[in-house]
Write a protein that binds this ligand. Structure first.
Ligand SMILES: [Zn+2]
Ligand SMILES: [Zn+2]
Length: 251
């Protein structure tokens, strides 16, 4: 499988990156993690003859603003969209007139909107575990079992036990790094992580590889600040990379 970080900025687009979107391409299907403006890049990468699953972590706009471009992607098969438990109404209120077209008109007939409480009956072609993670609005992390590998997606979150659980032993953890090194006070109450906290989580959860993404646009104003972040984190957990837009990780 190929994991591609299509949008790696938190909060808003800058010259350094677009807002949050990560694409996972496998033999038989694609998974899109979050729908910031990076989602537009999925159009040239997805094999639309295979099913696609869109997993939304939470409704903050840097993770959902690209939903109004769903019709640009021109899905050919019904799309399955997953939002955190209790967030279907928020999704339907956001992706409708007068803000954009109704979501049901932007995707093929038969497309489904599920919340994380409905996944047990969803008959997905991959294993999925979700847990709420630490953020000011309902937010879920995702642990995915695909082609014998485990990929965990943690965005947005502060350090919390559920994040560690979801990451446990994963082959790849895609972790948010919204804050600059050394700026998070009281890590278990913060809405975001800094690189050192990400690296400590990687060690605690015994993960194989970690990619940092969701660099806060107001804090990470240059790409060299991302490099500083990965240097700080790698001094604690070496198998770690700072994502840039359009970066591939092959698993
Ligand atoms: Zn965010
Ligand atoms: Zn957020």
């Amino acid at each position: 499988m190929i994991v591609t970080t299509l949008g790696t900025n938190g909060w808003f687009d800058t010259e350094n990156g677009q807002t949050m979107c990560t694409l996972i391409r496998t033999q038989n299907f694609s998974i899109i993690l979050d729908a910031g403006y990076g989602i537009r890049r999925a159009k040239s990468l997805i094999d639309f003859s295979k099913p696609t699953y869109l997993l939304i972590s939470h409704m903050h706009l840097d993770h959902t603003i690209g939903l109004h471009t769903l019709d640009y992607l021109q899905f050919q098969l019904p799309l399955t969209i997953v939002v955190p438990a209790g967030q279907k109404q928020a999704f339907e209120e956001l992706v409708r007139p007068p803000y954009t077209n109704p979501w049901t008109k932007m995707v093929p007939d038969g497309s489904k909107l599920l919340d994380t409480d409905e996944l047990a009956d969803a008959d997905l072609p991959f294993e999925i575990t979700t847990l709420p993670i630490l953020h000011p609005v309902p937010t879920h992390g995702y642990r995915l079992g695909i082609e014998g590998k485990t990929v965990t997606y943690l965005s947005d979150t502060g350090y919390c036990g559920n994040a560690v659980k979801l990451a446990g032993g994963a082959d790849l953890v895609i972790a948010e790094c919204g804050a600059l090194p050394g700026t998070v006070k009281g890590k278990e109450n913060a809405p975001h992580m800094e690189p050192e906290i990400c690296a400590q989580l990687a060690i605690e959860a015994e993960v194989r590889q970690m990619v940092l993404t969701h660099f806060g646009a107001g804090a990470y104003t240059t790409m060299s600040l991302r490099k500083n972040a990965s240097d700080a984190a790698r001094s604690i957990f070496p198998n770690l990379t700072a994502a840039v837009d359009n970066m591939d990780i092959v698993l």
